[in-house]
Ligand binder design. Sequence first.
Ligand code: 9GP
Length: 835
Amino acid sequence: MTTEQTQSIQVEDDRSGLGIETLRRAIADNLFYLQGKWPEIATLNDFYMALANTVRDRLMPRWLNTIRNYRRSEVRVVAYLSAEFLLGPHLGIKLINLGIEELVRQAVADSGLALEDLLAQEEEPGLGNGGLGRLAACYMESLATLEIPAIGYGIRYEFGIFDQELRDGWQVEVTDKWLQYGNPWEIPRPESAVMVRFGGRTEAYTDDEGAYRVRWIPARVVKGVPYDTPIVGYYVNTTNTLRLWRAEAAESFNFQAFNQGDYYGAVDQKIYSENLTKVLYPNDEPLQGKQLRLEQQYFFVSCALQDMIRLHRGAGGDLRQFHQKFAVQLNDTHPAVAVAELMRLLVDEHRLPWDAAWEVSQSTFGFTNHTLLPEALEKWPLPLFGSLLPRHLEIIYEINQRFLDQARVHFLGDSQKLAQLSLIDESGERYVRMAHLACVGSHAINGVAELHSELLKQTVLKDFYQLWPQKFQNKTNGVTPRRWLLLCNPRLSQLITEHIGTDWVCQLEQLRQLEAYAEDREFQRQWRQIKRAVKQDLADHIQQTLNIAINPDSLFDIQVKRIHEYKRQHLNVLHIITLYNRIRRNPDIDIVPRTFIFGGKAAPGYIMAKLMIKVITSVAEVVNNDPQVCDRIKVVFLPDYNVTNSQPVYPAADLSEQISTAGKEASGTGNMKFSLNGALTIGTLDGANVEIRQAVGAENFFLFGLTIEEVQQLQESGYNPWDYYNRTPDLKEAINLINSGFFSHGNRELFKPLVDSLVYDDPYLLLADYSAYIDCQDTVGQRFRETDTWTRMSILNSARMGYFSSDRAIREYCQDIWHVTPISVQLKPYVQADA
Ligand code: 9GP
């Protein structure tokens, strides 16, 4: 978009000007009036805040005009309910999506500053753990770009995912303080606060018309205050809202207690309430007994549904048509209690008959499952659930009874099947099964990659699939090309645009035109030159921050993601040690120099994952300081892996490690970001790897390892890792070296739990996949030496990744689940009377 075009849609308002001098003055004004500073005493952060507010002003007309659309009664709005939104830094993507990056860069330069320095000031909102939260962020961006009316609902955690520091090679968690300097991207809306109840009891009564009803008498009430963040689409006016809720005390100061001299008691309620949205729960930890987590889930779901009902009624809507106004997506089981809450609101508060309310609810909800891991399928102990949400438990019983009556007809005489389907797990201690509640209450259920969706039907949701095959769908994940190519890899983006034009940014399939250049010597040379330059940037960063010198011409072999046994970072470590042993055995051996780069956080309570970090950093210490090998192997652990830190990493990869045990990774999205940026993948047939391999071509993907069927067979036939250990000399040598204390200053105890788990148990089959992995890595090394072949494969990877755009995924959700259509937003000056 040209400057003229950008300007032609501005409203007549003195804060939307985009001239360079106007922008420079706006930054100076904001510095003075909002930050209360003049340039000489302003910090870089002051300038960042001034710039952020300048940009925010410029998106305001789009945002307000978009909000006007939600209010139109005939417009169906997507409501994406997610306990996590991992947005990443705002400023960079907003500049790109508004098409004003170069103008702002110049205005900032005219103020004597560098845009990059201001971008680096932003504390990203780390309101998510990893893939699931980041997916929600990609989807919000695509919804806006595709001009779909949508609202994201979630929690405004005061403390997001912890910051990770490394001390002596161990992960240390440090509190995230993303709000410490204020957040220019949000607007609190206290006037739209809602009340959320907890605990207490229920009581039956007869209403004025003689009908039997139930009322809920809560033990306490918390106020939910919305904070709105604009999500700007790419070169469109649509700017959707992410509405995050903060808990506050309904009455923040208890004067009765204060007057009686109980000063601390007087603020108790405030502290209790605010605790609710204090901190994000790290995943990968057992949830049972974590009452606060259930409180968080119910809190934001109740806020969201009350908000939607208010909006619907405000537009004159009838609650029997609520589902025509809103398509609500449940992002995993975290918001599943919404099914019971909507029923409560419709039946108890708005007096709809049960059957009508149930029809509305089922037509409203869709449910996305993101994992097959049993420990992540939420279930809440009945006593905990009942004491916190007594009315919801009654409603769930009622839903269950009606559901089981229906299922009974289908599975005549099969009481075991009914027990398996029930919303209540009664096999031992009793639990509410949240995935079952989500399935029963939704009209559509989807997995996040083809393989995962199939496995859902065969395993965890098998019984539901038998009952309702028509409800099941697949929606393979996608990532937004704006952040994950255009923003994070400007050099490559420019090269692509020079050859195929700009359409790829919104139609990623257009990348296929690059296939024509895959053999072109000059294009290959430019492609390589860019990869070399971004690798050099990362190498410089690593040198500056970690004081490790790495060779930009070495093969950058990267594994960045949460640390988890199923993701098998320790298999990668076994390969490093194998190479190390080869060099020690034969110092003149000719191997391709490699830099192994890791990044990722371990859940604070996941001891084995933390030990995996320690083993990586310990191997790094030895290898990087061994003069015999350190010009051929380097190992780097990048601390505090988050969205900001990940952006320079994907473009710099030669090799992307996607090596989970087959059947464990639902999809993965990092795999897509790497491949889009021209990395080749070494991977198993797991999650979206399967589809990535199909898309890029088997010859452009390094496949290894057991298939799901082979994993199952091996486990059923009695897998014995000890045998693999004994009969594979290189493996034995690598494991023995860890066990000997070689990497732990002679301490043989340190890694014993990790080694014992591998040789005696190995639930994720590292030892069974080891040989195939090493062989495949040897092929990678050979292929990397064939520079032209490697470059061609790299180009073809990018060229064929079009399918994995979040725009494609969102179009599918819109068509198959939400039944919503785009509506373009007209920019009118914001006039009160028209609102
Ligand atoms: O583990 C999955 C990951 O494979 C997937 O890409 C992501 C987005 O769909 O969701 C992750 N699941 C969770 O974080 C928790 O269920």
